[in-house]
Design a protein around this ligand. Sequence first.
Ligand code: VG1
Ligand code: CO
Length: 574
Amino acid sequence: FSVTKKATTPFDGQKPGTSGLRKKVTVFQQPHYLQNFVQSTFNALPADKVKGATIVVSGDGRYFSKDAVQIITKMAAANGVRRVWVGQNSLMSTPAVSAVIRERVGADGSKATGAFILTASHNPGGPTEDFGIKYNMENGGPAPESVTDKIFSNTTTITEYLIAEDLPDVDISVVGVTTFSGPEGPFDVDVFDSTIDDSKVNELHKNLRKMGDLICNCYDALHGVAGTYATRIFVEELGAAESSLLNCVPKEDFGGGHPDPNLTYAKELVDRMGLGKSSNAEPPEFGAAADGDADRNMILGKRFFVTPSDSVAIIAANAVQSIPYFSSGLKGVARSMPTSAALDVVAKNLNLKFFEVPTGWKFFGNLMDAGMCSICGEESFGTGSDHIREKDGIWAVLAWLSILAFKNKDNLGGDKLVTVEDIVRQHWGTYGRHYYTRYDYENVDAGAAKELMANLVSMQSSLSDVNKLIKEIRSDVSDVVAADEFEYKDPVDGSVSKHQGVRYLFGDGSRLVFRLSGTGSVGATIRVYIEQYEKDSSKTGRDSQDALAPLVDVALKLSKMQEYTGRSAPTVIT
Ligand code: VG1
Ligand code: CO
């Protein structure tokens, strides 16, 4: 092949958000749009991470992925990359990409130094929906802000990109290595099946064989890439019935659905688990769901929802006894700022190092690389460990199954099953409960959203005024004792991230947090996080929307939500 230099001009708005660049497919289909971003990424990396390097290119298989793989492959060849590794049919979950970077060794001894992950995660897919791209580094984790800032700045000045236009398209449905010859030597495209490559997750499920009824007996992949791994691990390895798999065939448009594992969008699973419309069938004991790129998880018991903030706390509290990978102890735990403080209480009780980081997985990687953190999580259905540098939807399910297996070790197949609900209630009994809910206002006017946030920040200058206002709204909530915009100084590299969410902290430990989403593709999404701690074990069994009603009232009136957005209700409540 030969290398062509193409002239181009910058596009506005190619700034990576919480997790890469996400836009409508039609935006990505504009001539040069994807190319500009890819070249800007190559130009942001050190030369030796491009020239002669091995780079992974894959994703959740959403619409436009197949075209994008061919374009990026041709650009990689032209930029002097030595080989690209591609998942068969462009399919590789986000956690699998992280594992592949960290652990896969090519037949010739090669190791990958980075990856283009093609996904918009939990956003819908299809010709009129979303596409996305992000870059992961040599540690297997998302590029840090220093790199994404450089990529963005490159996109604003780009004048040309390199592409091997005459490189033939590679058939990515067929496993195998194809070698081409270019001006600087050979270039390989290695297509492989990533479902058999994640050795750390394989280790985890080795311990779970022969669990009888306590297997994942209902898994909803929402037509995302998790389906391929679920089939391999839950059915072929652990012996779950094929009928336990829902929507486990990946589709380019996720079957027209919203591949977001929550109580609103994972409807089929929610119904099967007895949480939705009533059905006559007895729900199974354990169910779970994933998002499009399989890094998120939702854990359900029979007629019971596990809040993600509780899930990470419960995994941390039980990991050392239940999960062999952690048997020598935890190095530390971490959560994102809006995630509830359930994990904090576990860390305090078990005397573990604890970190609070901004939203987005990129902040956990440094802590893990420095050996300071073993388990971490976010309220947004993300849970993970230091086996890789991304959150991992299948891992979270295996972790829960390990805990269930441990709690039932003397009783497998017996009649006194310790259920998911039992485990959660016991946890609340020991550590107290953090009532928690999140209200999302999706696709509101971006200007109005900014004004709402600015108003919340400006009110922080007088807490006495804030408290006066709050008392007028509800006399039964405690006083705000501190309010700020969250700022994070990375303890490993000292980098500082500002404006990471507006916080109102109450005297009784309750919190209100307001953020603008960084993963949407149009308009703005306002997220309101509402949390209240209850230590009294006789009061931990309430319905969470009831328990939180006073704080919700305060949050919406304090922020003047309806005035600014015109919305009388959120799009999604979790
Ligand atoms: C959301 C979540 C955040 C998560 C991010 C990426 O970001 O709130 O916790 O890390 O999505 O998840 P935001 O900026 O929209 O609130 V995924 O599954 O899209 O990689
Ligand atoms: Co995701």
